[in-house]
Design a protein around this ligand. Sequence first.
Ligand code: AMP
Ligand code: GLY
Length: 425
Amino acid sequence: MNILVIGSGGREHAIIKKLKESKKVSKIYAAPGNGGISKDAECVNIGACDIEKMTSFCVDNNIDFAVVAPDDPLVLGMVDALNQKGIKTFGPNKAAATLEGSKVFSKDLMKKYGIPTAEYEVFDNPENAIAYLKTKNSYPIVIKADGLALGKGVIIAESFDEAESAVISIMKDKQFGESGNNIVIEEFLTGPEVSVLSFTDGKTIIPMVSSMDHKRALDNDKGLNTGGMGTVAPNPHYTPEVAKVCMDTIFLPTVEAMNKEGRKFKGCIFFGLMITPKGPKVIEYNCRFGDPETQVVLPLLESDLLEIFEAVYNETLSECEVKFSENKSAACVVVASGGYPLSYEKGKVINGLDENGQSDKAIVYHAGTKFEDNQFKTNGGRVLGLTNVADTLQEALDKSYEAVHSISFDKMHYRKDIGKRALNK
Ligand code: AMP
Ligand code: GLY
């Protein structure tokens, strides 16, 4: 089969590497891909959100199956457009992608169907939001822009002043554009966070191995929120007991709720969970694989990924084998450009990779890289994800850090404490 993977990050590289293991795959294209992906797939210079060019490309090149990996093309309706042209896809249609595309929608869905989440109120004008903050007067409090905001739309305010300025910058100054027309103000929850990605065809839901992200830029969870600086899998906080509660109170009810709303979800639902003292609650839904969660989850998948994708499309997931390694752990350490998630330089030569952009010390998932003048160069904030699978988490982490120490580029930055919280559990 001819496959197209839409997107250009480490997540897409991990999907491509796993798809390459499938016997059914004859050719993989990536749009737009990146420097490292170009060694595993043919990169096509089409932007991930360019629906018109993407559908024409698929028709002209006999694409049998397209995987839409990032949130923005999903929310824009890329899947609907591809399906209209007869192209099979992995990923939710536009109506179902609203689960991530609108926080107001997802919070109202959870309230309506009794799915545990933080208490909240929705506001469509800043004056009412600020008046509410004054009556509530309890901190920290969490302020979320309704729409997509490149992972930056969540502000945890420690005081009234911080909360007020967040409301003003989102709603009045339009920091995130139209995404800030509405906001959610919600209760601050505490407890360990767990990422659970799942396959669902709208009838069956199969959770993947759990994982733990490290969102802040600096060690000890300091600094700004990023897309994710490293991950480990499985997540030790996600015990079999917690998993059962999540299945009964969150996963199945979510699939059912989406069906009842006429928004059947087919693809990957990513549950961002917090294990609070009152039990697991949903912090957020994503309508896609996580990045860098995918870089630790898919290396532990033992089944054929393309067969799973096809089963999701055909709504036959209940008949499909989805097996993850039961006694291995995976660790991914992200190396980033100095300054990320704010401003950073690009075009730095990356040392320590072989001619395929790989290393004998790790699986190297490329994120922000380009291949130019026969060299791999930095081309984004998160540059590489270095993953190892081993019998223990400690071993996987040690190997990934050894790999990190063999890579270098000007102003390279990484966290030195990935997995520490998981090891100390
Ligand atoms: P998100 O962009 O929705 O993933 O949120 C970013 C991060 O903000 C999450 O990973 C949590 O650490 C934190 N967060 C979001 N909502 C809450 C909440 N209600 N209580 C505590 N922390 C939260
Ligand atoms: N790593 C978090 C996300 O993909 O949204």
